[in-house]
Design a binder for this molecule. Structure first.
Ligand code: CA
Ligand code: FE
Length: 531
């Protein structure tokens, strides 16, 4: 996320009618893997289950569409020691209701938690009603999870009056508590978008508010235990239980600042790809993702699209798996010739083509990119008196041609109301996107909102430097670096509003939250205005 030399400082049961159960069976994904009920119906006998909370990691939902979504849980009675399950498949039952008390169950079924996938389950639901809340629960025998709440998207041809959602990024466990999530869980939201650094792979650091459970993680078992550590946090569990979450990753889900098959530190490509495969598998196991995202070795299909009716289209990007290596040096770099080489790309050709077709084919009022690294240009060198522009090569600034092709496409095709949502940099930013950032007359073709971190730190020493750089980057309208939190959006057909929500401290599990600043974008006009 940040220049490398500054990282140290920044650094559930009710018997259902046969018809509804059959309907659910028919609708559910992974049908061949399903088993008959154990015990009463003469199904497979299971060995005794371990004691402990099978549902220690909570429940989650995600990847919502108008007629369905994905429900998630993972059986882990010993979450920090490999999960604690015997290496055998286990039947998990689920039920979905239209009320918090689960009196009116509309679907239910059974899925197999398999040891080779960490006893995680991903249940894809179909045939739901659009644009409504549902409640769900998992169970094994008489042991049940908590009840989670989730929501489908509006129908594709519907223009909803309003969407409220939050953006989260960067939740380094060691840097603080998930105070922000305690507050986010209380917000009136339809969904949450998470743009990465859900875990950090690093070892135990001195002065950690909450130390990591191990040294740097590299193996599947280690990544699993790391996800378990993070997901044990009650505030994070409350957010997952309250809203569907759309997720994508950044670098720390694998290795700091990695690019495709190039790790941070020198190691053989095969060694790193084996690590990436372990990291991607653990990511899939712990996220509410559709099975099309299930990784094959070191490859995983994560970029995908979500339509909130015709109000907003979310293009969720993967800016790590397909990027060419950061080429121009560390930590800040001039724009060296390799950066503008035609083959230099942040998203890869296939994803770029997919994105352009998704923008061009969109009928949405708001066209959103949910992604990791800052897209707007940020020259820090001029402010530092370096006599030349210096950029963070890990951001879109390190891949200017990639950015240029996308912003030129948005301008040429007159894609309306581009809004880019960003994380990674552990600080709050707002700005405008232009095909030529150096030309005041260059049209504004989009807006960018960068969320601060949930907990990860941003070096206080960098705050005045970044603040001092704003006059040299007139398209950047807001920066704040000292506060942790999240972004809250209130979207209507006429306006996109952003509230920068900041907690008082992350040294305590709970604290007050306030709105530091608010901005709006008027539909059809572009440009970020302070409210
Ligand atoms: Ca990052
Ligand atoms: Fe981060």
């Amino acid at each position: 996320m940040l220049p490398r030399d500054t990282r140290a400082g920044l650094s559930r049961r009710r018997f259902l009618t046969a018809s509804s159960a059959l309907a659910a069976l028919a609708a559910a994904e992974g049908l061949p893997g399903w088993t008959r009920p154990a015990g009463a119906f003469g199904g497979r006998r299971s060995p005794p289950l371990p004691s402990g909370d099978l549902f220690s990691l909570g429940v989650a939902s995600g990847d919502p569409f108008d007629r369905g979504l994905v429900l998630w849980t993972r059986l882990a009675p010993e979450p920090l020691a490999g999960g604690g399950m015997d290496p055998v498949p286990v039947d998990v039952e689920w039920e979905l209701a239209t009320d918090p008390g689960l009196q009116n169950v509309v679907q239910a079924g059974r899925v197999v938690a398999r040891p080779e996938w960490g006893h995680a389950v991903h249940v894809k639901l179909w045939n739901l009603e659009p644009n409504r809340w549902y409640w769900y629960r998992f169970s094994v025998g008489d042991r049940a999870s908590r009840v989670g709440r989730t929501r489908t998207m509006p129908a594709g041809d519907d223009l909803p009056a309003r969407l409220r959602f939050a953006l989260a990024s960067c939740q380094n466990y060691q840097a603080g508590f998930y105070t922000a999530y305690a507050n986010m869980a209380q917000e009136d939201l339809d969904l949450v978008v998470h743009v990465g650094d859900y875990i950090y792979e690093s070892g135990i650091s001195d002065g950690a508010v909450r130390p990591h459970n191990s040294g740097q993680v590299r193996t599947l078992d280690e990544y699993r235990d790391r996800y378990a550590l993070y997901k044990l946090d009650p505030n994070l569990q409350d957010v997952h239980a309250a809203f569907p979450m759309i997720v994508t990753w950044d670098d720390h889900e694998v290795d700091n600042n990695y690019a495709s098959d190039v790790p941070e530190d020198d190691q053989p490509r095969e060694v790193f790809l084996a690590r990436r495969a372990a990291a991607y598998q653990a990511y899939f196991e712990h996220m509410p993702l559709v099975s099309s995202a299930r990784p094959t070795g070191p490859d995983m299909q994560l970029f995908r699209r979500f339509d909130y009716g015709r109000l907003a289209r979310f293009n969720v990007l993967d800016t790590r798996q397909f990027r060419t290596d950061q080429v121009c040096g560390d930590p800040l770099a001039t724009r060296c010739p390799d950066a503008v080489a035609p083959e230099t790309t942040l998203v890869g050709q296939a994803q770029e083509d997919w994105l352009k077709s998704g923008l061009k084919g969109s009928q949405a009022v708001w066209n959103v990119l949910a992604q990791q690294v800052m897209m707007m240009e940020w020259d820090l060198g001029t402010a530092l008196g370096a006599g030349e522009a210096l950029y963070n090569p890990d951001q879109w600034d390190g891949y200017p041609n990639s950015r240029q092709r996308i912003l030129d496409f948005v301008a040429a095709k007159e894609i309306p109301n581009l809004v880019v949502l960003t994380g990674d940099i552990h600080s709050s930013w707002a700005g405008e996107l232009k095909p030529d950032f150096g030309d005041p007359a260059s049209p504004v073709v989009g807006s960018e909102f960068v969320t601060t971190s949930i907990s990860s730190s941003f070096s206080p020493q960098l705050v005045p430097l970044a603040a001092g750089s704003l006059p040299f980057n007139p398209h950047i309208r807001f920066f704040e670096g000292l506060r942790r939190g999240y972004l809250r959006f209130d979207v209507t057909p006429g306006e996109w509003r952003a509230d920068y929500r900041a907690v008082a401290t992350v040294l305590e599990p709970t604290s007050a939250v306030e709105t530091l600043a608010s901005f709006r974008v008027e539909s059809g006009r572009g440009g970020v205005e302070a409210v």
